[in-house]
Design a protein around this ligand. Sequence first.
Ligand code: C2E
Ligand code: MG
Ligand code: MG
Ligand code: MG
Length: 288
Amino acid sequence: LTQLLCKAGDRGSDCAPLVPPPLPQASLEELAQALTRKEFVPYFQPKVAMQTGHLKGVEALVRWNHPERGLLAPAHFIDTLEGHPLMADFTIDMVQQVLERILDWQSHGLPPLTVSVNLSADNLADRSFIDRLIAQISASGVKPASLVWEVTETSVMRQLSQALTNMGRLRLMGFGLAMDDFGIGYSSMQQFARCPFTELKIDRAFVNGAAQWPNRHMVLKSALDLGQSLGVATVAEGVETVEDWKLLRDLGCDMAQGYLLAKPMPAEDLVGWIRQDRRRLRALAGDE
Ligand code: C2E
Ligand code: MG
Ligand code: MG
Ligand code: MG
């Protein structure tokens, strides 16, 4: 898909931002300490149905509440965790906080939401991690259908057979499974069809600014058609403008996530956001 877009030549710079330069990474020692000190917190970004404007779910995105540097995005530290046993403990900690939030939102009478959590390549390939995860959720009383695991194509491909086994286990338990960042990997279509996904998230490299570039519409349309023909929900990532929203909605995309709707926010802001933005979202779903 990336190659197609670059060939389509609608904007030379389309190819550049797909691989951003790496940021300086925190050390493992710092990260281990941050985990002990409970400095990692999930922020939540809404995912909205494009036909109705209803909130369908939220994605949990980690932020490091750094004592000196303030709130840090995952680009500052997530790569360091990969390949280290700390990654398993990190994800279990995130999931624990997510589970507590789900129970809390339920007690506040929020409509049922699914919460999506990103799993790393390590997590996905690790049988004992998946055992821990399943035990953790069973103990919480949260239903598996309330959770969606997001994995990237690169993570799946890193250790394909383990990933396929673990994805199969998670699906069998009733969890949702999303392919994240769809379109920026290789042989996406073929790999996608082999995996038991319930959701396909189109990378924001294809979504962002799409309305301005007619060449992209067919590419988006084929990704959405693929999702539809496989019977999975389609999500557009990185919707920032009303024009892109309308394009995606008219192309038949099921859900949208992006700054147009909301940036990732602390859990306690979500209830207020739902109340405030209901009318705006309904207007977006309609035609004006
Ligand atoms: P992702 O899972 O693809 O998450 C979407 C990213 O796009 C988030 O960045 C989100 O803040 C950003 N985003 C959403 N809407 C827009 C938009 O309209 N415009 C722009 N420019 N950006 C938008 P974030 O939070 O910095 O996370 C980056 C990546 O870090 C995530 O990409 C995911 O791969 C990883 N990540 C985040 N949280 C976790 C976690 O708890 N565990 C693991 N393993 N990875 C995580
Ligand atoms: Mg994600
Ligand atoms: Mg993504
Ligand atoms: Mg991403």
